[in-house]
Design a protein around this ligand. Structure first.
Ligand code: GAR
Length: 188
């Protein structure tokens, strides 16, 4: 199973995938890692691991539609079976979903459909829920919407800050992403 992983930042979930592949625990080929801006640690660590990388910089395009077309072409060039949005913080267009719909996987640090968007951890804390978690789902053109594949709960402690909670969620999220990819690879 060939995957292309899209990142916007640190890429610690991506690193878990890279490590699992390197350890022989996950039978997928990471065909490429792409980002929506230059200078992400996600791209840096992929390049260090010898994985092809690309950047389709949002700032280089006149509008969202042009950027989406360029992103769709860049991803399609690697002919992926599954595209993984792993901390990719941009909404993709219908054109991208036309190309990769049904095989565009997203991870989110909340129990969807609660707390979608860029601040899922912060929003859960602000609401005052006592349990949040993470979700791996097939993404569509909405904001963190689409059929749910796997979820796991994480309790919120009184002493939590957004950072401590997000880090605890990410520990679970990395495991859930790797196990979901393993199940998909086994079924492919
Ligand atoms: C992850 O927690 C991911 O779920 C979240 O960004 C983080 C990226 O961490 N994505 C979203 O909030 C999407 N709405 P990472 O770069 O260390 O993997």
């Amino acid at each position: 199973m060939r995957i292309v992983v899209l990142v916007s930042g640190t890429g610690s979930n991506l690193q878990a995938v890279i490590d699992s592949v390197a350890a022989g625990d996950l039978d997928v080929e990471i065909a490429a890692v792409g980002a929506d801006r230059p200078g992400t640690y996600g791209v840096e660590r992929s390049a260090a691991a010898g994985i092809p990388t690309f950047v389709v910089d949002f700032k280089d395009y006149a509008d969202r539609s042009d950027w989406n077309t360029a992103l769709t072409k860049a991803v399609a060039a690697y002919d992926p079976d599954v595209v993984v949005s792993s901390g990719f913080m941009r909404i993709v267009s219908a054109g991208f979903i036309d190309a990769f719909g049904g095989k565009y996987l997203n991870t989110h640090p909340a129990l969807l459909p609660a707390f979608p968007g860029a601040h899922g951890v912060r929003d859960a804390m602000a609401y005052g829920v006592k349990v949040t978690g993470c979700t791996v789902h097939w993404a569509d053109a909405g904001v963190d919407t689409g059929p749910i594949i796997a979820q796991e709960a994480v309790s919120i402690e009184d002493s939590d800050t957004e950072e401590t909670l997000h880090e605890r969620i990410k520990v679970v999220e990395r495991r859930l992403l790797v196990s979901t990819l393993a199940s998909l690879a086994a079924a492919s």
